[in-house]
Every structure is written in C-alpha cells, then in structure tokens.
Design a protein around this ligand. Sequence first.
Ligand SMILES: Cc1cc2nc3c(=O)[nH]c(=O)nc-3n(C[C@H](O)[C@H](O)[C@H](O)COP(=O)(O)OP(=O)(O)OC[C@H]3O[C@@H](n4cnc5c(N)ncnc54)[C@H](O)[C@@H]3O)c2cc1C
Length: 408
Amino acid sequence: MERKPNIAIIGAGPSGLTLARILHQHGIPTTIFERDESQNARKTEGGSLDLSLDGGQKAIRMAGIWEEYNKLARYEAEALKLIDRHGKVYLDSTGFDTGRPEIDRTELRRILLESLPKEYIRWNHHLKRVDPDGTLHLAHTIESGFDLIVGAEGTWSKVRNVLTPIQPFYSGVTVYETLYENVDEAHPEFAALVGEGSLLVIGNETGIHQMTQRQGDRSIRTYAYIRQPETWGSDVDWHDPKAAREALLPWFNDWDPQFTQFVTATENPVLARKLYILPVGLRWPHKDNFTIIGDAAHVMTPFEGEGVNAAMRDSLELAQAIIANPTDIPQAVKNYEEIMWKIGEQKQKQTWDNMMRTLDYNGIEYLHDRLQHLMGMIKEGKMAKNGTPPNPKYSHILNTEAQILEVF
Ligand SMILES: Cc1cc2nc3c(=O)[nH]c(=O)nc-3n(C[C@H](O)[C@H](O)[C@H](O)COP(=O)(O)OP(=O)(O)OC[C@H]3O[C@@H](n4cnc5c(N)ncnc54)[C@H](O)[C@@H]3O)c2cc1C
C-alpha cells in the first residue's frame, strides 16, 4: 500500500484548515500546530468575510462543506452604500446580488474545525522556529520527521524564514476597528443607515476609507483605514476608549458627525492594527519539504477583499497538487507554487492598485465608477450572480478584470 505523506500545517486559520479538510476528504491526514490555546481562546476574530466564486467558494465546495457554509452565508449582507464624508450618497446596491455573500469569520472557522477529526489539531503549539532540516521548535515541544511542512500561520510566518529572508513591510495604512453591540436599540438611526450590509464612507483628501458592516449576530463593526506613519499612535492606550477617541477624532475634523459615531458612540476598546504587506510578486527558490500558503505567502491589505479568497484558493491548489502526487511531494510543491505565485501576484497587484486609488483625493469617484462598471457586468451576465457562475461565454473575464471589490 502507498505510504501516506506525513504533513505538518502550521496555523489553524482559513488557509490551514481548508487545506487539512480537502486532504482529509481524500484520505490524507495532517497535523495542525496552532498557537491559540483552544478554539474559543480568542475574544474576537474580526468581522465578516465575503467569499468569491473562484476563491473561497470554490475551496468550500471542494472541501465538501457547501451546505454548512450556505446555511450561514448572508446574501442580504452584500448590500452596500457608498457615501462621501459629508453625506452625499453615490451608490446604494441594496437588493443587488453580487454572488459574494458574507460569513462571520468565527463561523467560517467553526465549520472548518467541525469538519476535521479533533485529533488533527494541536492547540497551544506556538511555532517559535524552524530548522532547515525540518525540526519544528514549538512552545513546549520539538517535532520532526515530516515529509512536508506548510506555513499557514499568517503575516509573520516562521516557515517562510526557511524559504526567504524577505519580511513584510508597513503598507502606510493603519486600521482602527470598533464593535457596537445592541446597536439597533442604542443607536437606531445609525443602525438604519448601515442596514443589513455595509456602509462605506470615503474621505477623499483626508486619506480615510471607513467601512461599517453588519455582522451575523446583529452587532456592527467599523473599520477606519487611515494613511498614517507607522509609529503614529504608539503612545496611545487603545484599550482606553476615551484615550482612543481623543486620539482619533482630529483625523475626522470635517466629517459629518453621523459617520464618526464609530469613535464617539462606543464604549468598547479600539483595536489598532498596522497593515503589513509582502512585496508584490515575491518568489523563492524551491525547497522540497517546505511551502507556504495564504497570508504567509502573499499578505496584502484588505482593499480588494481578496486575502481570504487567495488564501483558500492556495489551499485548494496545494491539496490538488498533493492528491495528484502523494508520493512525490517535491513535485507537488513545485506544481502548487507555480500556480500560487501567478494568482497571488495578480491579487496583490489589484489590491495595491485599489488601495492607492481608494485613498486618493478622488477615491470616491474612482470607487463609484468601478462599482457601476462591475454591477453593469453582473447585469449583463458577465459575472457571478446568485452564487452561480457567470455565462460560460464570459468565464475568461472572471480571473482578470471582473473581480468584485471587498466593499461588496
Ligand atoms: C482588518 C482586516 C480586514 C480584512 N478583511 C478581509 C475581507 O473582507 N476579505 C478578505 O478576503 N480578507 C480580509 N482580510 C484578510 C484575511 O483576514 C486574511 O487574508 C486571511 O485571514 C488569511 O488567512 P490565513 O489562514 O492565511 O492566515 P490567518 O488568518 O492569519 O491565520 C493564521 C493562523 O495561524 C496561527 N498562528 C500564527 N502564528 C503562529 C505560530 N507561530 N505558530 C502556530 N500558529 C500560529 C494564528 O493564530 C491563526 O490561527 C482582512 C484582514 C484584516 C487585517
């Protein structure tokens, strides 16, 4: 009988879990080392994600968990309002189906975890270092003897250090995230403004892009993306809502106050995150027993809504390469990396371009034109609709021009 490859995956995020699940479906077990102490260790895992047809949705289908996913997918949350900082409405897509429903990040992780045997996941196993011979130095133990080590541990991947010395760098943008609970009761006007989907307020010359999103539990999260120096705010105690408010409000000087409620109306702490990225088109010399997927391979900003989709697409591509070549892991890695580099580079380019244009002095005009164009393509059947593929006549467009934005 063929020996099954012994595969270690570092990180139980969307990419690591999707890879493990698809391989499991094909009888190939894996061991996942995750630094979190348990499934419920995190107080917050961030907001919702929209899975694209050729990214997350494709991987979910391949993983055989479409039904579980589809029960949780919020199609009504695709609605988007595009408004400028003074309140002028540019676009309201309520009722328009983009084929990219939202799912809460926690729920996505839960269905992936539930689809795997419990013994696959080794919680509380923080990878500290990897030796070139494949020895894993974990927080409380050392492991070795794997045919393949897959780094799926996000931006600050340790496995990547075996492949390349290149490190992520600051994108020039910091995101401030706040959560409102009971918003329908406490702030009904604001809740109505956001509706069931997303409210995107663009600040043009202020260099701010603010996304407020309804979540599956009816809470609302706001992400304010601001162009700032990397060290800005290092002296602010972001756990203190009052201090956070005082630090952030001056950035919104001439904004309509209804859009600065994310700072003024919440007593929750503000989560400040510097956004780091890898260089567009980063590649490395092939190594037989190591590879990386997801953010570890091509972390980008969220401006195109492609991070998780590219990550899950990597999982799908790597799983398929291994399934086709279970006894020749080096060849499987080569095949996977060729595809991943091409797709990853394309997504990184789109994301960089979109970030620069959205945060430009005429960002709202750019976004408005782009969204109108994409909606036109959907109406004409050139793009996905109702979660089904577009007219096959136009399928070549899906991977090139026709990428729907994160804002859907
Ligand atoms: C504010 C924000 C908003 C975003 N919004 C969107 C969006 O709308 N759409 C979209 O497509 N993408 C979005 N993204 C990007 C998306 O979250 C990532 O691309 C995606 O989560 C990548 O998945 P991953 O599995 O590669 O890595 P991660 O999600 O980072 O998962 C990595 C896992 O590895 C674990 N880990 C880390 N280090 C170690 C270690 N040393 N040892 C063991 N375990 C470790 C972590 O605990 C985690 O479980 C957003 C990102 C941010 C920051």
